[in-house]
Design a protein. Structure first.
Length: 308
Protein backbone atom coordinates (compact mmCIF):
# COMPACT_ATOMS: atom_id res chain seq x y z
CA UNK A 1 0.00 0.00 0.00
CA UNK A 2 2.84 2.37 0.87
CA UNK A 3 4.55 1.62 -2.45
CA UNK A 4 1.30 2.32 -4.32
CA UNK A 5 0.92 5.73 -2.64
CA UNK A 6 4.55 6.61 -3.49
CA UNK A 7 3.99 5.66 -7.14
CA UNK A 8 0.80 7.73 -7.25
CA UNK A 9 2.60 10.81 -5.90
CA UNK A 10 5.35 10.42 -8.51
CA UNK A 11 2.82 10.13 -11.35
CA UNK A 12 0.99 13.26 -10.22
CA UNK A 13 4.26 15.19 -9.96
CA UNK A 14 5.31 14.13 -13.45
CA UNK A 15 1.95 15.26 -14.88
CA UNK A 16 2.17 18.66 -13.21
CA UNK A 17 5.75 19.13 -14.38
CA UNK A 18 4.81 18.21 -17.98
CA UNK A 19 1.94 20.69 -18.02
CA UNK A 20 4.21 23.40 -16.66
CA UNK A 21 6.81 22.78 -19.38
CA UNK A 22 4.13 22.87 -22.12
CA UNK A 23 2.71 26.12 -20.77
CA UNK A 24 6.13 27.77 -20.68
CA UNK A 25 6.81 26.64 -24.25
CA UNK A 26 3.58 28.17 -25.51
CA UNK A 27 4.27 31.45 -23.75
CA UNK A 28 7.77 31.59 -25.24
CA UNK A 29 6.49 30.93 -28.80
CA UNK A 30 3.85 33.64 -28.55
CA UNK A 31 6.19 36.29 -27.14
CA UNK A 32 7.92 39.10 -29.05
CA UNK A 33 10.91 36.91 -29.90
CA UNK A 34 8.84 34.26 -31.65
CA UNK A 35 10.19 33.38 -35.11
CA UNK A 36 8.39 34.96 -38.07
CA UNK A 37 6.78 32.60 -40.57
CA UNK A 38 8.54 32.01 -43.88
CA UNK A 39 5.39 32.96 -45.81
CA UNK A 40 2.48 35.22 -45.01
CA UNK A 41 -0.77 34.66 -46.95
CA UNK A 42 -1.90 37.47 -49.22
CA UNK A 43 -4.55 39.88 -48.08
CA UNK A 44 -7.96 39.21 -49.54
CA UNK A 45 -8.23 40.60 -53.05
CA UNK A 46 -4.56 41.54 -53.33
CA UNK A 47 -3.90 38.94 -56.01
CA UNK A 48 -0.37 38.24 -54.85
CA UNK A 49 1.39 36.71 -51.85
CA UNK A 50 3.11 38.85 -49.26
CA UNK A 51 6.61 37.78 -48.28
CA UNK A 52 8.65 39.02 -45.35
CA UNK A 53 10.96 41.93 -46.03
CA UNK A 54 14.54 40.76 -46.29
CA UNK A 55 17.05 42.02 -43.76
CA UNK A 56 20.28 43.81 -44.72
CA UNK A 57 23.14 41.51 -45.55
CA UNK A 58 25.41 40.99 -42.54
CA UNK A 59 28.95 39.78 -42.12
CA UNK A 60 29.77 36.84 -39.78
CA UNK A 61 30.37 39.40 -37.02
CA UNK A 62 26.89 40.83 -37.44
CA UNK A 63 28.07 44.11 -38.99
CA UNK A 64 26.00 45.15 -42.04
CA UNK A 65 28.00 44.91 -45.24
CA UNK A 66 28.02 47.49 -48.02
CA UNK A 67 25.38 47.10 -50.75
CA UNK A 68 26.50 45.50 -54.00
CA UNK A 69 28.16 47.87 -56.45
CA UNK A 70 26.91 46.19 -59.61
CA UNK A 71 30.19 44.56 -60.52
CA UNK A 72 29.90 43.06 -63.98
CA UNK A 73 27.21 45.46 -65.16
CA UNK A 74 27.88 47.86 -68.03
CA UNK A 75 29.69 50.92 -66.75
CA UNK A 76 30.93 49.27 -63.56
CA UNK A 77 34.37 50.42 -62.44
CA UNK A 78 36.54 49.54 -59.46
CA UNK A 79 35.06 51.15 -56.32
CA UNK A 80 37.42 53.62 -54.71
CA UNK A 81 38.78 54.97 -57.98
CA UNK A 82 37.83 58.26 -59.64
CA UNK A 83 35.08 57.43 -62.14
CA UNK A 84 35.87 57.92 -65.83
CA UNK A 85 33.91 60.54 -67.75
CA UNK A 86 32.92 59.67 -71.32
CA UNK A 87 31.26 61.75 -74.02
CA UNK A 88 30.99 59.18 -76.78
CA UNK A 89 32.08 55.76 -78.00
CA UNK A 90 34.60 54.83 -80.69
CA UNK A 91 34.20 56.81 -83.92
CA UNK A 92 34.03 53.62 -85.94
CA UNK A 93 31.09 51.62 -87.19
CA UNK A 94 27.59 53.05 -87.44
CA UNK A 95 26.15 52.96 -83.93
CA UNK A 96 24.84 55.86 -81.85
CA UNK A 97 23.12 55.93 -78.46
CA UNK A 98 19.77 57.57 -77.82
CA UNK A 99 19.66 58.54 -74.14
CA UNK A 100 16.66 60.05 -72.37
CA UNK A 101 16.90 61.89 -69.05
CA UNK A 102 13.95 61.60 -66.64
CA UNK A 103 14.34 64.67 -64.42
CA UNK A 104 12.28 65.27 -61.29
CA UNK A 105 12.73 68.07 -58.79
CA UNK A 106 10.66 69.13 -55.79
CA UNK A 107 9.38 72.03 -57.88
CA UNK A 108 8.22 69.63 -60.58
CA UNK A 109 6.44 67.50 -58.00
CA UNK A 110 4.69 70.62 -56.71
CA UNK A 111 3.56 71.42 -60.25
CA UNK A 112 2.02 67.97 -60.52
CA UNK A 113 0.26 68.17 -57.15
CA UNK A 114 -1.11 71.63 -57.86
CA UNK A 115 -2.39 70.65 -61.29
CA UNK A 116 -0.21 73.21 -63.04
CA UNK A 117 1.38 70.38 -65.03
CA UNK A 118 -0.29 67.21 -66.25
CA UNK A 119 2.69 64.91 -66.74
CA UNK A 120 6.46 64.63 -66.76
CA UNK A 121 6.36 61.21 -68.45
CA UNK A 122 6.14 61.34 -72.23
CA UNK A 123 4.48 58.07 -73.13
CA UNK A 124 4.45 58.97 -76.84
CA UNK A 125 8.22 58.53 -76.84
CA UNK A 126 7.91 55.05 -75.35
CA UNK A 127 5.15 54.17 -77.83
CA UNK A 128 7.37 55.12 -80.77
CA UNK A 129 10.49 53.37 -79.47
CA UNK A 130 8.52 50.21 -78.73
CA UNK A 131 6.64 50.21 -82.03
CA UNK A 132 9.80 50.64 -84.10
CA UNK A 133 11.89 48.43 -81.78
CA UNK A 134 14.46 51.17 -81.18
CA UNK A 135 17.03 50.64 -78.39
CA UNK A 136 17.51 53.44 -75.86
CA UNK A 137 19.01 54.16 -72.45
CA UNK A 138 17.09 56.01 -69.74
CA UNK A 139 18.83 58.07 -67.06
CA UNK A 140 16.30 58.05 -64.22
CA UNK A 141 16.06 60.24 -61.14
CA UNK A 142 14.85 58.46 -58.03
CA UNK A 143 11.98 60.88 -57.54
CA UNK A 144 10.79 60.32 -61.12
CA UNK A 145 10.79 56.56 -60.54
CA UNK A 146 8.81 56.99 -57.32
CA UNK A 147 6.29 59.21 -59.12
CA UNK A 148 5.98 56.91 -62.14
CA UNK A 149 6.50 53.31 -60.98
CA UNK A 150 4.32 51.84 -63.73
CA UNK A 151 6.23 53.69 -66.44
CA UNK A 152 9.51 52.61 -64.89
CA UNK A 153 8.32 48.99 -64.91
CA UNK A 154 7.42 49.41 -68.58
CA UNK A 155 10.92 50.65 -69.37
CA UNK A 156 12.58 47.89 -67.35
CA UNK A 157 10.43 45.28 -69.06
CA UNK A 158 11.71 46.15 -72.54
CA UNK A 159 14.87 44.16 -73.41
CA UNK A 160 15.99 46.95 -75.74
CA UNK A 161 16.03 49.57 -72.96
CA UNK A 162 18.80 50.16 -70.41
CA UNK A 163 18.37 51.85 -67.03
CA UNK A 164 20.91 54.33 -65.66
CA UNK A 165 21.22 56.83 -62.79
CA UNK A 166 20.48 60.58 -62.90
CA UNK A 167 20.56 61.35 -59.11
CA UNK A 168 17.65 61.25 -56.71
CA UNK A 169 16.18 64.77 -56.95
CA UNK A 170 18.09 66.43 -59.82
CA UNK A 171 20.07 68.74 -57.55
CA UNK A 172 23.25 70.39 -58.85
CA UNK A 173 26.60 68.85 -57.91
CA UNK A 174 28.41 72.15 -58.54
CA UNK A 175 27.62 75.81 -58.11
CA UNK A 176 26.05 77.84 -60.92
CA UNK A 177 24.42 74.91 -62.73
CA UNK A 178 21.45 76.31 -64.66
CA UNK A 179 19.89 77.66 -61.47
CA UNK A 180 19.47 74.23 -59.86
CA UNK A 181 19.66 74.10 -56.04
CA UNK A 182 22.98 72.59 -54.94
CA UNK A 183 23.31 69.37 -52.98
CA UNK A 184 25.79 69.46 -50.05
CA UNK A 185 29.02 67.67 -50.87
CA UNK A 186 28.65 65.27 -47.94
CA UNK A 187 25.29 64.07 -49.32
CA UNK A 188 26.41 63.36 -52.89
CA UNK A 189 27.49 59.74 -52.45
CA UNK A 190 24.34 58.71 -50.62
CA UNK A 191 22.11 60.52 -53.12
CA UNK A 192 23.47 58.50 -56.03
CA UNK A 193 23.60 55.23 -54.07
CA UNK A 194 19.97 55.71 -53.04
CA UNK A 195 18.93 56.09 -56.64
CA UNK A 196 20.70 52.91 -57.71
CA UNK A 197 18.81 51.07 -54.97
CA UNK A 198 15.47 52.49 -56.12
CA UNK A 199 16.05 51.73 -59.80
CA UNK A 200 17.49 48.24 -59.22
CA UNK A 201 14.18 47.03 -57.76
CA UNK A 202 12.71 47.07 -61.25
CA UNK A 203 15.19 44.65 -62.79
CA UNK A 204 15.70 44.78 -66.54
CA UNK A 205 18.97 45.88 -68.11
CA UNK A 206 20.61 47.62 -65.16
CA UNK A 207 23.85 49.57 -65.62
CA UNK A 208 26.35 51.53 -63.54
CA UNK A 209 26.15 54.57 -65.82
CA UNK A 210 25.55 57.93 -64.17
CA UNK A 211 24.78 61.39 -65.55
CA UNK A 212 25.07 64.62 -63.58
CA UNK A 213 22.17 67.10 -63.79
CA UNK A 214 23.08 69.73 -66.35
CA UNK A 215 26.29 67.75 -67.00
CA UNK A 216 27.76 69.88 -64.19
CA UNK A 217 30.61 68.22 -62.28
CA UNK A 218 34.01 69.00 -60.83
CA UNK A 219 36.74 67.16 -58.92
CA UNK A 220 34.79 67.10 -55.66
CA UNK A 221 31.71 65.65 -57.36
CA UNK A 222 33.73 62.94 -59.10
CA UNK A 223 35.51 62.08 -55.84
CA UNK A 224 32.12 61.66 -54.14
CA UNK A 225 31.19 58.98 -56.69
CA UNK A 226 34.42 57.00 -56.31
CA UNK A 227 33.01 54.52 -53.74
CA UNK A 228 30.15 53.57 -56.07
CA UNK A 229 32.07 52.11 -59.01
CA UNK A 230 30.37 54.04 -61.82
CA UNK A 231 31.09 55.53 -65.24
CA UNK A 232 29.97 59.13 -65.76
CA UNK A 233 28.33 59.65 -69.13
CA UNK A 234 27.99 63.19 -70.45
CA UNK A 235 27.28 63.04 -74.18
CA UNK A 236 28.50 64.80 -77.30
CA UNK A 237 25.14 65.63 -78.92
CA UNK A 238 23.00 68.02 -76.86
CA UNK A 239 19.55 68.21 -78.44
CA UNK A 240 18.36 71.29 -76.58
CA UNK A 241 14.89 69.78 -76.19
CA UNK A 242 14.14 71.13 -72.68
CA UNK A 243 11.65 74.00 -73.02
CA UNK A 244 11.93 74.00 -76.82
CA UNK A 245 8.87 75.52 -78.52
CA UNK A 246 9.30 73.77 -81.88
CA UNK A 247 10.63 70.40 -82.96
CA UNK A 248 12.75 71.58 -85.92
CA UNK A 249 15.63 73.09 -83.85
CA UNK A 250 15.89 69.84 -81.86
CA UNK A 251 16.26 67.82 -85.04
CA UNK A 252 18.86 70.19 -86.47
CA UNK A 253 20.87 70.19 -83.23
CA UNK A 254 21.07 66.39 -83.33
CA UNK A 255 21.63 65.75 -87.03
CA UNK A 256 24.14 68.58 -87.50
CA UNK A 257 26.49 67.15 -84.86
CA UNK A 258 25.88 63.39 -84.70
CA UNK A 259 28.70 61.04 -85.69
CA UNK A 260 29.43 57.33 -85.26
CA UNK A 261 29.75 56.59 -81.55
CA UNK A 262 27.72 59.66 -80.52
CA UNK A 263 25.72 59.82 -77.29
CA UNK A 264 22.56 61.87 -77.94
CA UNK A 265 20.95 63.61 -74.95
CA UNK A 266 17.15 63.89 -75.02
CA UNK A 267 14.46 64.10 -72.33
CA UNK A 268 11.35 62.07 -71.54
CA UNK A 269 9.92 64.71 -69.17
CA UNK A 270 6.90 65.70 -71.23
CA UNK A 271 5.94 69.09 -69.74
CA UNK A 272 9.56 70.28 -69.70
CA UNK A 273 10.36 68.85 -73.13
CA UNK A 274 7.08 68.99 -74.98
CA UNK A 275 8.53 68.82 -78.51
CA UNK A 276 10.71 65.73 -78.08
CA UNK A 277 8.10 63.21 -79.23
CA UNK A 278 7.49 65.30 -82.38
CA UNK A 279 11.21 65.59 -83.09
CA UNK A 280 12.01 61.92 -82.51
CA UNK A 281 10.59 60.47 -85.77
CA UNK A 282 12.58 63.03 -87.77
CA UNK A 283 15.72 62.27 -85.77
CA UNK A 284 15.34 58.56 -86.45
CA UNK A 285 14.77 59.19 -90.15
CA UNK A 286 17.81 61.46 -90.30
CA UNK A 287 20.01 58.90 -88.56
CA UNK A 288 18.90 56.22 -91.03
CA UNK A 289 19.65 58.53 -93.96
CA UNK A 290 23.18 58.95 -92.61
CA UNK A 291 23.63 55.20 -92.18
CA UNK A 292 23.57 55.45 -88.38
CA UNK A 293 21.77 52.93 -86.18
CA UNK A 294 20.55 53.47 -82.59
CA UNK A 295 21.97 50.99 -80.09
CA UNK A 296 22.04 50.63 -76.31
CA UNK A 297 24.58 52.86 -74.63
CA UNK A 298 26.55 49.85 -73.44
CA UNK A 299 26.98 48.66 -77.01
CA UNK A 300 28.05 52.10 -78.25
CA UNK A 301 30.61 52.42 -75.45
CA UNK A 302 31.85 48.85 -75.93
CA UNK A 303 30.52 47.56 -72.61
CA UNK A 304 27.69 45.45 -74.03
CA UNK A 305 27.32 42.44 -76.31
CA UNK A 306 28.05 42.98 -79.97
CA UNK A 307 24.48 42.07 -80.99
CA UNK A 308 22.73 44.48 -78.58
Amino acid sequence: MKNFRTLLVIMVAVSVLGALILTLGLVRRSGPDAAAPDFVPAEAGSGRPTTPTSSPTSSPTGTPTAPPTGTGRPGATRPGTRPPVVDHGPRTGNRVALTFDADMTDGMLFNLRSGKVASYANLKILDLLERDQVPATFFLTGKWVERYPEVTARIAGNPRFELANHTYGHLAFTGDCYGLPRIPTQQMTQDVARTFTIVERYGGRQTRYFRFPGLCHDGAALAALAPLGVTVVDGDVVSGDPFATAWQPIVRAVLDTVRPGSVIILHVTEANAAMTDEALPHILAGLAARGLTPAPLSAVLGDGPADS
